[in-house]
Design a protein around this ligand. Structure first.
Ligand code: ADP
Length: 490
Protein backbone atom coordinates (compact mmCIF):
# COMPACT_ATOMS: atom_id res chain seq x y z
CA UNK A 1 0.00 0.00 0.00
CA UNK A 2 2.81 2.24 0.96
CA UNK A 3 4.61 1.24 -2.15
CA UNK A 4 1.66 2.06 -4.18
CA UNK A 5 1.37 5.39 -2.51
CA UNK A 6 5.07 6.20 -3.06
CA UNK A 7 4.67 5.13 -6.64
CA UNK A 8 1.67 7.30 -7.12
CA UNK A 9 3.34 10.25 -5.46
CA UNK A 10 6.47 10.05 -7.65
CA UNK A 11 5.40 8.55 -10.94
CA UNK A 12 2.32 10.59 -11.48
CA UNK A 13 3.94 13.97 -10.94
CA UNK A 14 6.92 12.89 -13.05
CA UNK A 15 4.62 11.75 -15.82
CA UNK A 16 2.79 14.98 -15.59
CA UNK A 17 6.11 16.84 -15.71
CA UNK A 18 7.16 14.84 -18.74
CA UNK A 19 3.91 15.53 -20.51
CA UNK A 20 4.30 19.21 -19.76
CA UNK A 21 7.94 19.25 -21.06
CA UNK A 22 6.93 17.39 -24.19
CA UNK A 23 4.35 20.02 -24.87
CA UNK A 24 6.95 22.76 -24.35
CA UNK A 25 9.32 20.97 -26.75
CA UNK A 26 6.59 20.81 -29.39
CA UNK A 27 6.02 24.51 -29.03
CA UNK A 28 9.76 25.18 -29.29
CA UNK A 29 9.97 22.99 -32.38
CA UNK A 30 7.18 24.90 -34.13
CA UNK A 31 8.84 28.18 -33.14
CA UNK A 32 12.12 26.94 -34.59
CA UNK A 33 10.30 25.92 -37.75
CA UNK A 34 8.68 29.30 -38.21
CA UNK A 35 12.03 31.00 -37.49
CA UNK A 36 13.65 28.82 -40.12
CA UNK A 37 10.93 29.77 -42.60
CA UNK A 38 11.41 33.45 -41.82
CA UNK A 39 15.15 33.06 -42.36
CA UNK A 40 14.52 31.36 -45.70
CA UNK A 41 12.19 34.17 -46.70
CA UNK A 42 14.75 36.73 -45.70
CA UNK A 43 17.39 34.91 -47.68
CA UNK A 44 15.13 34.94 -50.76
CA UNK A 45 14.49 38.64 -50.29
CA UNK A 46 18.19 39.37 -49.89
CA UNK A 47 18.88 37.49 -53.11
CA UNK A 48 16.11 39.47 -54.83
CA UNK A 49 17.58 42.71 -53.54
CA UNK A 50 21.04 41.82 -54.83
CA UNK A 51 19.57 40.80 -58.19
CA UNK A 52 17.55 44.01 -58.44
CA UNK A 53 20.59 46.03 -57.41
CA UNK A 54 22.65 44.42 -60.13
CA UNK A 55 19.97 45.05 -62.68
CA UNK A 56 19.66 48.65 -61.51
CA UNK A 57 23.41 49.09 -61.81
CA UNK A 58 23.29 47.70 -65.32
CA UNK A 59 20.44 50.00 -66.20
CA UNK A 60 22.30 52.92 -64.68
CA UNK A 61 25.36 52.06 -66.75
CA UNK A 62 23.26 51.87 -69.88
CA UNK A 63 21.60 55.13 -69.00
CA UNK A 64 24.97 56.80 -68.44
CA UNK A 65 26.16 55.45 -71.76
CA UNK A 66 23.05 56.74 -73.45
CA UNK A 67 23.43 60.18 -71.90
CA UNK A 68 27.08 60.39 -73.01
CA UNK A 69 25.98 59.17 -76.46
CA UNK A 70 23.19 61.72 -76.62
CA UNK A 71 25.54 64.54 -75.64
CA UNK A 72 28.00 63.44 -78.30
CA UNK A 73 25.19 63.23 -80.84
CA UNK A 74 23.91 66.67 -79.89
CA UNK A 75 27.39 68.22 -80.26
CA UNK A 76 27.95 66.40 -83.51
CA UNK A 77 24.56 67.44 -84.90
CA UNK A 78 25.23 71.06 -84.02
CA UNK A 79 28.65 71.07 -85.56
CA UNK A 80 27.58 69.43 -88.82
CA UNK A 81 24.58 71.70 -89.22
CA UNK A 82 26.83 74.76 -88.85
CA UNK A 83 28.39 74.35 -92.28
CA UNK A 84 26.86 74.53 -95.74
CA UNK A 85 29.81 72.91 -97.51
CA UNK A 86 29.25 69.27 -98.35
CA UNK A 87 32.86 68.13 -97.73
CA UNK A 88 33.04 70.06 -94.46
CA UNK A 89 30.02 68.16 -93.11
CA UNK A 90 31.90 64.85 -93.21
CA UNK A 91 35.19 66.35 -92.05
CA UNK A 92 33.48 67.44 -88.86
CA UNK A 93 32.90 63.86 -87.72
CA UNK A 94 35.92 63.70 -85.41
CA UNK A 95 37.23 60.65 -83.41
CA UNK A 96 36.32 62.21 -80.03
CA UNK A 97 32.62 62.26 -80.91
CA UNK A 98 32.84 58.65 -82.07
CA UNK A 99 34.54 57.51 -78.87
CA UNK A 100 31.82 59.18 -76.82
CA UNK A 101 29.39 57.07 -78.80
CA UNK A 102 31.54 54.01 -77.98
CA UNK A 103 33.20 53.54 -81.41
CA UNK A 104 36.59 54.26 -82.93
CA UNK A 105 35.98 53.25 -86.54
CA UNK A 106 33.68 54.96 -88.99
CA UNK A 107 33.16 55.67 -92.68
CA UNK A 108 30.53 57.18 -94.93
CA UNK A 109 29.70 56.65 -98.60
CA UNK A 110 27.44 58.61 -100.94
CA UNK A 111 26.02 57.22 -104.16
CA UNK A 112 27.10 59.10 -107.30
CA UNK A 113 24.39 58.59 -109.86
CA UNK A 114 26.47 59.87 -112.79
CA UNK A 115 29.47 57.68 -112.02
CA UNK A 116 27.18 54.86 -110.88
CA UNK A 117 29.34 54.11 -107.86
CA UNK A 118 29.66 54.79 -104.16
CA UNK A 119 32.11 57.56 -103.25
CA UNK A 120 33.89 57.48 -99.91
CA UNK A 121 33.44 60.79 -98.09
CA UNK A 122 35.09 60.07 -94.76
CA UNK A 123 36.95 57.19 -93.10
CA UNK A 124 38.24 57.02 -89.54
CA UNK A 125 40.22 54.30 -87.72
CA UNK A 126 41.41 52.44 -90.84
CA UNK A 127 44.78 52.28 -92.59
CA UNK A 128 45.03 53.34 -96.25
CA UNK A 129 45.04 49.71 -97.40
CA UNK A 130 42.04 48.87 -95.25
CA UNK A 131 40.23 51.92 -96.61
CA UNK A 132 40.88 50.74 -100.19
CA UNK A 133 39.57 47.29 -99.31
CA UNK A 134 36.39 48.79 -97.86
CA UNK A 135 35.88 50.94 -100.98
CA UNK A 136 36.36 47.90 -103.16
CA UNK A 137 33.96 45.83 -101.09
CA UNK A 138 31.22 48.47 -101.10
CA UNK A 139 31.46 49.02 -104.86
CA UNK A 140 31.66 45.31 -105.59
CA UNK A 141 28.40 45.00 -103.68
CA UNK A 142 26.68 48.09 -105.12
CA UNK A 143 23.34 46.41 -105.65
CA UNK A 144 23.23 44.90 -102.16
CA UNK A 145 24.22 48.24 -100.66
CA UNK A 146 21.57 50.09 -102.66
CA UNK A 147 18.97 47.53 -101.56
CA UNK A 148 20.13 47.96 -98.00
CA UNK A 149 19.70 51.76 -98.31
CA UNK A 150 16.20 51.30 -99.73
CA UNK A 151 15.32 48.95 -96.85
CA UNK A 152 15.60 52.00 -94.53
CA UNK A 153 16.70 49.71 -91.67
CA UNK A 154 19.91 49.76 -89.71
CA UNK A 155 22.13 46.71 -89.60
CA UNK A 156 24.31 45.88 -86.59
CA UNK A 157 26.45 43.19 -85.06
CA UNK A 158 23.40 42.01 -83.10
CA UNK A 159 21.07 41.95 -86.13
CA UNK A 160 19.64 38.68 -87.29
CA UNK A 161 21.15 37.49 -90.57
CA UNK A 162 19.11 38.33 -93.60
CA UNK A 163 19.64 37.58 -97.22
CA UNK A 164 21.21 40.96 -97.95
CA UNK A 165 24.42 40.82 -95.95
CA UNK A 166 25.31 38.85 -92.81
CA UNK A 167 26.59 40.67 -89.71
CA UNK A 168 29.45 38.17 -89.39
CA UNK A 169 30.60 38.93 -92.95
CA UNK A 170 30.60 42.63 -92.21
CA UNK A 171 32.32 42.15 -88.88
CA UNK A 172 35.21 40.42 -90.69
CA UNK A 173 35.44 42.81 -93.58
CA UNK A 174 35.14 45.96 -91.53
CA UNK A 175 37.34 44.61 -88.76
CA UNK A 176 34.93 45.46 -85.99
CA UNK A 177 33.59 43.30 -83.21
CA UNK A 178 30.55 45.49 -82.70
CA UNK A 179 29.17 47.78 -85.38
CA UNK A 180 26.14 49.60 -86.78
CA UNK A 181 25.47 50.52 -90.42
CA UNK A 182 22.71 52.99 -91.19
CA UNK A 183 21.25 54.11 -94.53
CA UNK A 184 21.43 57.82 -95.37
CA UNK A 185 18.41 59.59 -96.88
CA UNK A 186 17.02 56.59 -98.71
CA UNK A 187 14.34 58.66 -100.53
CA UNK A 188 16.47 61.64 -101.54
CA UNK A 189 19.19 62.46 -104.07
CA UNK A 190 21.98 62.01 -101.56
CA UNK A 191 21.61 58.28 -101.01
CA UNK A 192 24.39 56.75 -98.92
CA UNK A 193 25.36 54.86 -95.80
CA UNK A 194 27.37 55.40 -92.65
CA UNK A 195 29.21 52.81 -90.61
CA UNK A 196 30.44 52.96 -87.00
CA UNK A 197 32.27 50.11 -85.30
CA UNK A 198 34.67 49.05 -82.58
CA UNK A 199 37.19 46.31 -81.92
CA UNK A 200 36.31 46.39 -78.22
CA UNK A 201 34.98 42.92 -77.42
CA UNK A 202 33.18 44.17 -74.34
CA UNK A 203 31.10 46.58 -76.34
CA UNK A 204 27.60 45.30 -76.83
CA UNK A 205 25.49 47.16 -79.35
CA UNK A 206 22.04 47.93 -77.96
CA UNK A 207 18.84 49.03 -79.66
CA UNK A 208 19.46 52.45 -78.13
CA UNK A 209 22.85 52.64 -79.92
CA UNK A 210 21.18 51.78 -83.22
CA UNK A 211 18.63 54.51 -82.60
CA UNK A 212 21.40 57.06 -81.96
CA UNK A 213 23.24 56.18 -85.17
CA UNK A 214 19.99 56.35 -87.08
CA UNK A 215 19.43 59.87 -85.72
CA UNK A 216 23.00 60.79 -86.70
CA UNK A 217 22.35 59.50 -90.23
CA UNK A 218 19.17 61.62 -90.46
CA UNK A 219 21.06 64.70 -89.27
CA UNK A 220 23.81 64.07 -91.81
CA UNK A 221 21.26 63.66 -94.59
CA UNK A 222 19.55 66.90 -93.54
CA UNK A 223 22.85 68.79 -93.43
CA UNK A 224 23.73 67.43 -96.90
CA UNK A 225 20.32 68.42 -98.23
CA UNK A 226 20.78 71.95 -96.82
CA UNK A 227 24.26 72.20 -98.31
CA UNK A 228 22.98 71.15 -101.73
CA UNK A 229 20.03 73.52 -101.57
CA UNK A 230 22.35 76.33 -100.56
CA UNK A 231 24.73 75.45 -103.39
CA UNK A 232 21.81 75.43 -105.86
CA UNK A 233 20.46 78.77 -104.61
CA UNK A 234 23.93 80.27 -104.59
CA UNK A 235 24.57 79.12 -108.16
CA UNK A 236 21.18 80.42 -109.30
CA UNK A 237 21.90 83.75 -107.63
CA UNK A 238 25.34 83.96 -109.29
CA UNK A 239 23.73 83.15 -112.63
CA UNK A 240 21.08 85.79 -112.06
CA UNK A 241 23.63 88.39 -111.02
CA UNK A 242 25.68 87.62 -114.13
CA UNK A 243 22.60 88.01 -116.31
CA UNK A 244 21.57 91.25 -114.58
CA UNK A 245 25.10 92.67 -115.09
CA UNK A 246 25.04 91.63 -118.75
CA UNK A 247 21.58 93.10 -119.35
CA UNK A 248 22.47 96.29 -117.47
CA UNK A 249 25.54 96.67 -119.67
CA UNK A 250 23.46 96.04 -122.81
CA UNK A 251 20.88 98.54 -121.62
CA UNK A 252 23.51 101.16 -120.84
CA UNK A 253 24.98 100.71 -124.32
CA UNK A 254 21.49 100.91 -125.87
CA UNK A 255 20.64 103.99 -123.79
CA UNK A 256 23.85 105.67 -124.90
CA UNK A 257 22.96 104.85 -128.49
CA UNK A 258 19.40 106.21 -128.04
CA UNK A 259 20.81 109.38 -126.45
CA UNK A 260 23.21 109.85 -129.38
CA UNK A 261 20.45 109.29 -131.95
CA UNK A 262 18.07 111.56 -130.07
CA UNK A 263 20.72 114.30 -129.87
CA UNK A 264 21.41 113.88 -133.60
CA UNK A 265 17.66 114.08 -134.33
CA UNK A 266 17.27 117.21 -132.21
CA UNK A 267 20.23 118.83 -133.93
CA UNK A 268 18.87 117.86 -137.32
CA UNK A 269 15.35 119.17 -136.59
CA UNK A 270 16.70 122.37 -135.11
CA UNK A 271 19.08 123.13 -138.01
CA UNK A 272 16.52 122.17 -140.69
CA UNK A 273 13.89 124.36 -138.98
CA UNK A 274 16.36 127.21 -138.87
CA UNK A 275 17.25 126.79 -142.52
CA UNK A 276 13.53 126.65 -143.42
CA UNK A 277 12.61 129.79 -141.55
CA UNK A 278 14.63 132.20 -143.74
CA UNK A 279 13.26 131.10 -147.15
CA UNK A 280 9.78 130.85 -145.64
CA UNK A 281 9.95 134.39 -144.36
CA UNK A 282 11.03 135.51 -147.85
CA UNK A 283 8.18 133.57 -149.51
CA UNK A 284 5.69 135.08 -147.07
CA UNK A 285 7.24 138.53 -147.50
CA UNK A 286 7.10 138.41 -151.31
CA UNK A 287 3.51 137.11 -151.24
CA UNK A 288 2.56 139.96 -148.89
CA UNK A 289 4.25 142.58 -151.14
CA UNK A 290 2.51 141.21 -154.21
CA UNK A 291 -0.83 141.18 -152.37
CA UNK A 292 -0.50 144.89 -151.56
CA UNK A 293 -0.81 145.57 -155.33
CA UNK A 294 2.19 147.92 -155.26
CA UNK A 295 3.81 145.96 -158.03
CA UNK A 296 0.74 146.11 -160.24
CA UNK A 297 -2.88 145.13 -160.20
CA UNK A 298 -3.38 141.35 -159.72
CA UNK A 299 -5.95 139.29 -161.55
CA UNK A 300 -8.48 137.57 -159.21
CA UNK A 301 -7.01 134.05 -159.75
CA UNK A 302 -3.47 135.26 -158.98
CA UNK A 303 -4.68 137.04 -155.83
CA UNK A 304 -6.47 133.90 -154.65
CA UNK A 305 -3.32 131.79 -155.26
CA UNK A 306 -1.16 134.37 -153.46
CA UNK A 307 -3.54 134.38 -150.47
CA UNK A 308 -3.21 130.61 -150.33
CA UNK A 309 0.59 130.92 -150.47
CA UNK A 310 0.40 133.44 -147.64
CA UNK A 311 -1.85 131.16 -145.49
CA UNK A 312 0.23 128.07 -146.09
CA UNK A 313 3.40 130.00 -145.34
CA UNK A 314 1.83 131.07 -142.03
CA UNK A 315 1.04 127.46 -141.19
CA UNK A 316 4.55 126.40 -142.15
CA UNK A 317 6.14 129.16 -140.05
CA UNK A 318 3.92 128.05 -137.15
CA UNK A 319 5.02 124.44 -137.56
CA UNK A 320 8.69 125.30 -137.92
CA UNK A 321 8.48 127.44 -134.78
CA UNK A 322 6.87 124.62 -132.81
CA UNK A 323 9.54 122.20 -134.03
CA UNK A 324 12.28 124.59 -133.07
CA UNK A 325 10.77 125.06 -129.62
CA UNK A 326 10.43 121.34 -129.06
CA UNK A 327 14.02 120.66 -130.05
CA UNK A 328 15.25 123.55 -127.92
CA UNK A 329 13.40 122.34 -124.81
CA UNK A 330 14.37 118.71 -125.51
CA UNK A 331 18.07 119.54 -125.80
CA UNK A 332 17.93 121.66 -122.65
CA UNK A 333 18.84 124.81 -124.55
CA UNK A 334 15.72 126.54 -123.22
CA UNK A 335 15.45 126.87 -119.46
CA UNK A 336 12.18 127.82 -117.82
CA UNK A 337 12.32 131.32 -116.35
CA UNK A 338 10.11 130.57 -113.38
CA UNK A 339 8.42 133.28 -111.37
CA UNK A 340 5.22 133.54 -109.34
CA UNK A 341 2.42 133.37 -111.87
CA UNK A 342 -1.25 134.14 -111.40
CA UNK A 343 -3.33 131.50 -113.18
CA UNK A 344 -6.45 133.70 -113.23
CA UNK A 345 -4.53 136.42 -115.08
CA UNK A 346 -2.99 133.99 -117.58
CA UNK A 347 -6.29 132.26 -118.35
CA UNK A 348 -8.28 135.49 -118.75
CA UNK A 349 -5.54 136.77 -121.13
CA UNK A 350 -6.00 133.57 -123.17
CA UNK A 351 -9.78 134.05 -123.03
CA UNK A 352 -9.41 137.60 -124.41
CA UNK A 353 -7.18 136.34 -127.17
CA UNK A 354 -9.56 133.60 -128.20
CA UNK A 355 -12.87 135.36 -127.48
CA UNK A 356 -13.52 136.13 -131.18
CA UNK A 357 -13.15 132.47 -132.16
CA UNK A 358 -15.21 131.31 -129.15
CA UNK A 359 -18.03 133.59 -130.17
CA UNK A 360 -17.77 132.55 -133.80
CA UNK A 361 -17.98 128.86 -132.88
CA UNK A 362 -20.73 129.47 -130.28
CA UNK A 363 -18.70 127.94 -127.44
CA UNK A 364 -18.78 128.94 -123.81
CA UNK A 365 -15.60 129.15 -121.69
CA UNK A 366 -15.97 128.90 -117.96
CA UNK A 367 -12.96 129.50 -115.67
CA UNK A 368 -12.99 128.31 -112.02
CA UNK A 369 -9.73 128.94 -110.19
CA UNK A 370 -9.97 129.02 -106.37
CA UNK A 371 -7.51 131.29 -104.53
CA UNK A 372 -5.54 128.40 -102.97
CA UNK A 373 -4.65 127.07 -106.46
CA UNK A 374 -4.12 130.42 -108.14
CA UNK A 375 -0.40 131.03 -107.66
CA UNK A 376 2.17 128.78 -109.33
CA UNK A 377 5.89 128.85 -110.00
CA UNK A 378 6.16 128.90 -113.79
CA UNK A 379 7.52 130.53 -116.92
CA UNK A 380 4.64 132.86 -117.79
CA UNK A 381 5.17 132.88 -121.59
CA UNK A 382 5.45 129.09 -121.77
CA UNK A 383 2.35 128.53 -119.60
CA UNK A 384 0.41 130.94 -121.79
CA UNK A 385 1.34 128.71 -124.75
CA UNK A 386 0.12 125.67 -122.83
CA UNK A 387 -3.31 127.27 -122.26
CA UNK A 388 -3.56 128.60 -125.83
CA UNK A 389 -2.79 125.12 -127.20
CA UNK A 390 -5.19 123.27 -124.89
CA UNK A 391 -8.06 125.76 -125.27
CA UNK A 392 -7.33 125.92 -129.03
CA UNK A 393 -7.65 122.13 -129.28
CA UNK A 394 -10.80 122.11 -127.14
CA UNK A 395 -12.33 124.67 -129.50
CA UNK A 396 -11.21 122.75 -132.58
CA UNK A 397 -12.70 119.43 -131.44
CA UNK A 398 -15.92 120.68 -129.79
CA UNK A 399 -19.04 121.27 -131.87
CA UNK A 400 -21.05 124.50 -131.62
CA UNK A 401 -22.99 125.12 -128.36
CA UNK A 402 -20.37 123.09 -126.52
CA UNK A 403 -18.77 123.98 -123.21
CA UNK A 404 -15.14 124.44 -122.27
CA UNK A 405 -14.19 124.62 -118.61
CA UNK A 406 -10.91 125.47 -116.92
CA UNK A 407 -10.78 124.32 -113.36
CA UNK A 408 -7.87 124.32 -110.94
CA UNK A 409 -7.35 122.70 -107.54
CA UNK A 410 -4.63 122.49 -104.95
CA UNK A 411 -2.97 119.10 -104.29
CA UNK A 412 -0.21 118.41 -101.75
CA UNK A 413 2.64 120.30 -103.47
CA UNK A 414 1.26 121.08 -106.89
CA UNK A 415 -1.60 122.94 -108.49
CA UNK A 416 -3.65 120.75 -110.82
CA UNK A 417 -5.27 122.40 -113.82
CA UNK A 418 -8.02 120.68 -115.84
CA UNK A 419 -9.13 121.83 -119.27
CA UNK A 420 -12.39 120.04 -120.14
CA UNK A 421 -14.58 120.12 -123.20
CA UNK A 422 -17.77 118.50 -124.43
CA UNK A 423 -16.19 117.61 -127.77
CA UNK A 424 -15.68 114.49 -129.87
CA UNK A 425 -13.41 112.77 -127.36
CA UNK A 426 -10.35 110.60 -127.99
CA UNK A 427 -10.41 106.80 -128.41
CA UNK A 428 -8.67 105.03 -125.50
CA UNK A 429 -5.98 103.45 -127.69
CA UNK A 430 -4.87 106.92 -128.91
CA UNK A 431 -4.79 108.64 -125.54
CA UNK A 432 -1.08 108.07 -125.00
CA UNK A 433 0.01 108.59 -128.58
CA UNK A 434 -1.50 112.08 -128.93
CA UNK A 435 1.39 113.43 -126.84
CA UNK A 436 3.89 112.12 -129.43
CA UNK A 437 5.17 114.36 -132.19
CA UNK A 438 3.08 114.43 -135.40
CA UNK A 439 0.43 112.06 -134.04
CA UNK A 440 -3.15 113.01 -134.97
CA UNK A 441 -6.26 110.89 -134.44
CA UNK A 442 -7.78 109.76 -137.70
CA UNK A 443 -11.23 111.39 -137.43
CA UNK A 444 -13.58 113.56 -139.50
CA UNK A 445 -12.52 116.83 -137.84
CA UNK A 446 -8.82 116.15 -138.43
CA UNK A 447 -9.48 115.38 -142.09
CA UNK A 448 -11.13 118.76 -142.44
CA UNK A 449 -9.07 120.96 -140.12
CA UNK A 450 -5.35 121.24 -140.67
CA UNK A 451 -2.93 120.56 -137.87
CA UNK A 452 0.63 119.47 -137.31
CA UNK A 453 0.33 117.04 -134.42
CA UNK A 454 3.01 119.06 -132.60
CA UNK A 455 0.89 121.12 -130.19
CA UNK A 456 0.45 118.50 -127.45
CA UNK A 457 4.10 117.35 -127.58
CA UNK A 458 5.18 120.94 -127.09
CA UNK A 459 2.71 121.29 -124.18
CA UNK A 460 4.06 118.07 -122.63
CA UNK A 461 7.67 119.24 -122.93
CA UNK A 462 6.80 122.57 -121.30
CA UNK A 463 4.87 121.00 -118.41
CA UNK A 464 7.60 118.42 -117.76
CA UNK A 465 10.30 121.09 -117.90
CA UNK A 466 8.43 122.65 -114.95
CA UNK A 467 8.54 119.34 -113.05
CA UNK A 468 4.85 118.71 -113.71
CA UNK A 469 2.88 115.95 -115.42
CA UNK A 470 0.22 115.92 -118.09
CA UNK A 471 -2.46 113.32 -118.86
CA UNK A 472 -5.85 113.03 -120.52
CA UNK A 473 -9.17 111.39 -119.62
CA UNK A 474 -11.59 111.14 -122.45
CA UNK A 475 -14.72 109.35 -123.72
CA UNK A 476 -15.56 109.32 -127.40
CA UNK A 477 -18.57 111.61 -128.18
CA UNK A 478 -18.68 112.89 -124.58
CA UNK A 479 -15.59 115.02 -124.30
CA UNK A 480 -12.05 115.21 -122.95
CA UNK A 481 -10.26 116.56 -119.90
CA UNK A 482 -6.59 117.44 -120.20
CA UNK A 483 -4.97 117.74 -116.77
CA UNK A 484 -1.53 119.04 -115.87
CA UNK A 485 0.30 119.94 -112.70
CA UNK A 486 2.58 122.86 -111.88
CA UNK A 487 4.57 123.57 -108.74
CA UNK A 488 2.84 125.83 -106.25
CA UNK A 489 4.53 128.78 -104.62
CA UNK A 490 6.06 127.73 -101.31
P1 ADP B 1 -3.04 119.07 -133.76
O1 ADP B 1 -4.10 119.70 -132.96
O2 ADP B 1 -2.25 120.02 -134.57
O3 ADP B 1 -3.54 117.91 -134.59
P2 ADP B 1 -2.03 118.26 -131.21
O4 ADP B 1 -0.72 117.71 -130.84
O5 ADP B 1 -2.46 119.50 -130.54
O6 ADP B 1 -2.00 118.43 -132.77
O7 ADP B 1 -3.13 117.17 -130.99
C1 ADP B 1 -2.90 115.86 -131.44
C2 ADP B 1 -4.21 115.17 -131.66
O8 ADP B 1 -4.86 114.94 -130.43
C3 ADP B 1 -5.21 115.94 -132.45
O9 ADP B 1 -5.02 115.79 -133.81
C4 ADP B 1 -6.53 115.30 -132.00
O10 ADP B 1 -6.76 114.14 -132.74
C5 ADP B 1 -6.27 114.95 -130.57
N1 ADP B 1 -6.81 115.98 -129.66
C6 ADP B 1 -6.12 116.94 -129.02
N2 ADP B 1 -6.94 117.69 -128.23
C7 ADP B 1 -8.18 117.15 -128.37
C8 ADP B 1 -9.46 117.44 -127.81
N3 ADP B 1 -9.63 118.42 -126.94
N4 ADP B 1 -10.53 116.68 -128.19
C9 ADP B 1 -10.36 115.66 -129.07
N5 ADP B 1 -9.17 115.34 -129.63
C10 ADP B 1 -8.10 116.05 -129.28
Amino acid sequence: MLMLLIYALTVIPLSLLLIYKAQGLNQLQSQVNSLKKSLDDMDEQAKLIVRTDMELNKLQEELDKKIVGLYALQRLSRIISMTLEEEQIFKRIQPEYLSDLGFEKAFGFLWDDTKKQFILHFCLGYSDDETKEIQLFINNNKERCLNFITSEKTLSSISESNNLITPQQLSDIFKAHAFIVSPLAPQKDNRGLIFVGTKNVEMLVTEGDEELIKILATQLAQALENARLFEKTWRAQQELEKKVTERTHELTVAMEEVKKISARKTNFVSSVSHELRTPLTSVKGYAAILLTGKLGELPKEVRERLEKINRHSDELVHMVNDLLDISRIESGKVTMKTEICNLREITSKAEDLLSGQLKERKLSLNIEIPPEANLVMADRTQIERVFINLIGNAMKFTPAEGKITIHARKTEKMAEVNVSDTGCGIPEEAQEAIFEEFYRVDNAINQEVKGTGLGLSLVKYIVEAHGGKIWVKSKVSLGSTFSFTLPQTS
